[in-house]
Structure formats: C-alpha cells, structure tokens
Design a protein around this ligand. Structure first.
Ligand code: ADP
Ligand code: MG
Length: 294
C-alpha cells in the first residue's frame, strides 16, 4: 500500500529532525498564518555565557563570592541562564556549597538558602522595587549593551549583578525570512527578557514585532489575542515559561536539545536536531501533504 500523505509527511519531517506527534498535528501545521517565537533558547543558541560579574559596593562580596552564591542557588534550575551561571563558577574553580529550599518562578528567577543566607537570582525588573538605586543603574548599563542582566539578592538586599550574553542561532534570520514568506506574516518575538536585550536580538534576526518582559501568562495572553483575531498561531519555544502558550496555540513546537521537559511534553512537535530552520521546512511539508489529501 502507498503511505497516506500525512504519514509520509511525518516520516519526512523525521528525516529533517522533527518529531511530529500525530497526523492531526501534521495537518494543522500547514494552516499556520502567524508565528510567535520565544527568544532565549529558541531564537538564540541557548548556551549563554556570563560576561560580567559586578558585586555592588556595600555587599561585602568580591566577584568570586557573588558568583559562588548565585551559582549555588541556580544549580537545581534547568534554565539556560542558570547553566551559564553554574558554568562560570566552575570555570573559575569555585567550590559550590549546597542549597536548600530551592524554588523557581518561570520568567522571574530562583531562590534558595545557601550557607544560611537567602539568595534570590533573577530579572532585575521583577526583583527590584521602583526606587531604582545603584543596582538598577548597573542593570540598565548591562542591558544597554544587549546583555541580559541578572540580579542577585542576598537576604533581600541587592548584592550584585551578572551580565549574560547569548548568540543568535546561525539560521535565525533565514528562518524568520522563510516563515514570513510561507505564512504571509512576519513572526513576533515573545520574551521574558528585558526590552533592550530583546530589541538588540530582534534587529539581528529581522523581527519588528517584539514583546518583552512577559511572564508565562502574558505569553499565553498574547497568543490568545492573536487566535481570537482569527489567526492560526504556531508557537516555537523551549522553556517552562512557554508551556501555557505552547498548549493554547493552534500548534506548538519545542526545541528538543535543551528544552525543558514540560515544553517537550506540551508541544505538538519537537525539534530533535537543534535546527530552527526545521520549522518552516515542517510547515511546508504539511502544506504539500494537505494538497495531496484533499
Ligand atoms: P525567554 O522568554 O526569553 O525564554 P525567560 O522567560 O525564561 O526568557 O526568562 C525571562 C527572564 O527571567 C530572564 O531574562 C531572567 O531575567 C529571568 N530568569 C528566569 N529564570 C531565571 C534563572 N533561573 N536565573 C536567572 N534569571 C532568570
Ligand atoms: Mg526560552
């Protein structure tokens, strides 16, 4: 027997490194007329590196001390920024103490108790009050240069900042262009990161529609808004923070290599080989199969 077109398309997608979970998904992908891309780990390589370690005067911590506390608190997290912080500490040969009472808030950061002190690591905009001060100024300076600024609070007080930089995927700009041609609409960028870092990266990738500083529920709301305007939205993401949007979208694709378990389970398809360009390829395969099914 000849294979039904949608099943051949699934096999074909598999050859391009994409695991499509069902024939229904394979069919729906071809209906995509709007795309929302996550930033960290999706548009970027997801292997960010710590470029700046800036203890604040008055914290009584040097660079090593700041990095030690931050890395100890981040160790249980699977977020790409957490891995960057832990790697930076290891590269400097720092000994990491254990952490207790770890908690994480998607789109915000983590907290843990390290050597009896409560350490919080995360987005300055979420962890600082409006009074600003030196911490906000240093964060602004790092973000101005396109870095993601990560704040470290020790027992509730700002102790320092880390600057983290991530690279655009080599196939990001080509993927954005291909999706624009295929769907007739330029993709949007949905990110929890700060507006300045997001704008830097979006410009490199050729994206104009940038929505930054989003919590997981804000990403969800953005997708729901597009869907209620009649769009069939394809969401591409990798994080726990993308899961609600992946679930609500017409279709969702997760980046598999470094993606969180929740994103992989929630998405309708998974990119197994780490290539973003597989997204437009899969949409095109679906289009072709649908023409044959009719
Ligand atoms: P994106 O939407 O681009 O994938 P996330 O929503 O995962 O980004 O993260 C948004 C912001 O929340 C990050 O830029 C960072 O400031 C903060 N954040 C989230 N998790 C962590 C973490 N484990 N360590 C440090 N910062 C974090
Ligand atoms: Mg992400």
């Amino acid at each position: 027997a000849t294979m039904p077109p949608l099943l051949s398309a699934i096999a074909n997608a598999g050859r391009h490194g994409v695991l499509v979970k069902s024939a229904v998904v394979m069919e729906r992908l071809g209906q995509t007329d709007a795309v929302a891309l996550d930033k960290t780990g999706t548009l970027t390589e997801g292997s960010p590196r710590v470029t700046d370690v800036r203890p604040l005067a008055g914290s009584a911590l040097d660079e090593g001390g700041l990095l030690t506390l931050a890395a100890a608190a981040e160790r249980p997290s699977e977020h790409p920024l957490a891995r960057a912080v832990v790697d930076a500490a290891r590269e400097r040969g720092l000994d990491l103490p254990g952490a207790e009472d770890f908690t994480s808030a998607p789109g915000v950061g983590v907290t843990a108790v390290v050597k009896g002190r409560t350490v919080a690591v995360g987005a300055p905009a979420r962890l600082l009050d409006d009074s600003g001060g030196t911490a906000a100024a240093v964060a602004g300076e790092l973000e101005e240069s396109g870095r993601t600024a990560v704040l470290v609070l020790v027992d509730g007080a700002p102790a320092g900042l880390l600057g983290i930089a991530d690279r655009l995927r080599p196939d990001a700009a080509a993927t954005v262009a291909a999706l624009t041609t295929l769907t007739g609409t330029a993709p949007a960028l949905l990110t929890g990161d700060n507006p300045r870092a997001a704008a830097h990266l979006a410009a490199e990738a050729g994206i104009d529609d940038v929505r930054a500083g989003l919590l997981p529920q804000d990403k969800l709301a953005a997708v729901q808004e597009m869907e209620s305007a009649g769009r069939k939205v394809l969401v591409v993401g990798d994080g726990v923070n993308d899961a609600p949007a992946l679930a609500a979208a017409h279709t969702g694709i997760a980046m598999g290599r470094a993606g969180s378990d929740l994103a992989l389970e929630t998405a309708d398809a998974v990119i197994v080989r780490d290539e973003l360009a597989a997204v437009p390829t899969t949409v095109a395969l679906s289009r072709r199969a649908r023409r044959l099914v009719v």
